[in-house]
Design a protein. Sequence first.
Length: 277
Amino acid sequence: MGISLPLFVWDVHPTLFTIGPVEVRYYGLMWALGFIISAYIISNIMKREGYPEKTFDSFFWYALLSTVIGSRLGHCLFYAPGYYLTHPIEILYIHQGGMASHGAAVGLLVGLWLFSRKNKIPYIWSLDRIGILVAISGALVRIGNFMNSEIFGRPTSLPWGVEFVLSNEWNTLYKGLPCHPTQLYEALAYLIIFVVFLWLYYRKNLAQRRPGAMFGIFLIALFGIRFLIEFIKNPQEDFEVGMILNMGQLLSIPFIVAGCVLLYHAYRAPEKKLEKK
């Protein structure tokens, strides 16, 4: 079956503008926008549940630092450990790119544990509410990946295939062939998760009624989607070529299993009654 002509030829430069030697990229802006929206939402959640402003400040900084550190270390240690262990100083060169969502997840789990311990808040409280923030932030980061013409999929005959003409990888492997815009598939999926989780939290009060349920659903949904989309995604590293399951899928499996365990225990436990205000 032949490959049809693409609906899109993506030739947008990843740099929005420059200020002297400093480049302002869409990708960085998407990260920043994700943190701004997340800060607004978690501030609203904490006010709704009666927490003081200092608790919000603590949550924000623990989440921000653990996400950035975790995503960078995840990229370096999961995808290129041989290089970065022999060039450790380059782990600090975040401006050169290289962030991993699974590393961000691990870093965030550690950061939220430290936050919860310091502020004497149940760990599961933090986990149940973080899914809302991660979903919208993840959607924006994937849009940033699209702007960077990176992490795209394999060639496709579907009418919405995209030619990433500014990508060296695409020009080397698939020049002339439209590919799956897997970044947008993930972004759309994460936006749906975000909307559903707002509904579960604000309308159904699921986080208060069944602690652990929202985080369990989040792990299953987000990493389940990631696992499936990886089948049509182009390998990110050379060592993944020929693997039955790539690194992203292998790293997703433990999160999906953990989500199933959390969901089982959340619904096995008695439902908590909400206090009337």
